[in-house]
Design a protein around this ligand. Structure first.
Ligand code: SAM
Length: 254
């Protein structure tokens, strides 16, 4: 494998094999040609979510069009923990932040849910996906989390897979601490979800709904009342640290 260490990493969709030519999306071509002023032949690191990371080179077609030519594989595809991040949408800037941080932390799917007290009225799924792709590129992930359309919490819970443990932030004191909870839960659980409420918290009806679900377990995140974005990321961190892949060492190339 050549020792080239590309400075730019991009998620591209397409079949990966030596010599494959993949057209770049308009925004990617703009970023490379106009923002980064990358020249023809610039080495790039590319991933598509299935075939690991490949070395590719930039092929400039015009001022606004470019494609990449795959050269050789650089890193094998490795799995990430299967943790769904379920969150009540917050106002614009904060939802972008949540999506970026949940992607960096390793969430496998992002599920925005409307709860009774959710303030945000609509969610721009394309914007969430763009944030997730950018965070996956930056954090050297080899896949982009699935970004689901926003749905009512009741619908998500009704369709929730029975074999996926859902930890929900319960600031009323009913939940166990991560230490107690993970000591209790079977070691072979591989499918997880974390859920926190909106700024105004869950309603009593939502707590009653969650309490009645066998797959749902309340988690306490310490004695302070955390903001919704902090709480969700803290719960995701707990799962990643205790049952995720934080036993693996980073392999940055700088
Ligand atoms: N109920 C309070 C309120 O109305 O302001 C706090 C809601 S809090 C800002 C949003 C969500 O974060 C809560 O619904 C809960 O899921 C989670 N959360 C916040 N602090 C927590 C804690 N110490 N333990 C567990 N969950 C917490």
């Amino acid at each position: 494998m050549t020792a080239i260490n590309p400075k730019i990493r991009l998620f591209v969709e397409g079949a990966f094999h030596a010599g494959a030519v993949i057209p770049l999306a308009e925004d990617q071509a703009h970023y490379l040609l106009s923002v980064m002023r990358s020249a023809d032949g610039t080495p790039l690191a590319l991933f598509n979510g299935q075939d690991g990371e490949w070395l590719g080179t930039l092929s400039v077609i015009s001022k606004k069009k470019a494609e990449v030519r795959l050269v050789e594989p650089r890193k094998p595809q490795v799995g990430t923990p299967d943790v769904w991040y379920v969150f009540a949408p917050l106002k614009h800037g904060r939802i972008d932040f949540i999506v970026q941080k949940a992607t960096e932390l390793g969430a496998s799917a992002l599920l925005p849910v409307m709860t009774a007290r959710t303030i945000a009225s609509r969610v721009n799924a394309d914007r969430l996906l763009a944030n997730a792709i950018e965070a996956a590129e930056q954090s050297e992930r080899l896949e982009v989390p699935v970004v689901r359309d926003v749905e009512p919490l009741t619908k998500v819970l009704a369709a929730w897979p029975e074999d996926r443990v859902l930890l929900y932030g319960d600031e009323s004191g009913n939940g166990l601490s991560p230490l107690e909870l993970f000591a209790q839960l079977p070691a072979d659980i591989a499918k997880w979800g974390v859920l926190v409420g909106p700024e105004g918290g869950f309603t009593p009806d939502e707590f009653a709904l969650l309490t009645n679900k066998k797959f749902a377990r309340p988690i306490s995140l310490g004695p302070r009342v955390l903001r919704a974005d902090t709480a969700g990321l803290a719960a995701l961190t707990a799962v990643m640290a205790w049952r995720g892949d934080w036993d693996k060492k980073p392999r940055f190339e700088g």
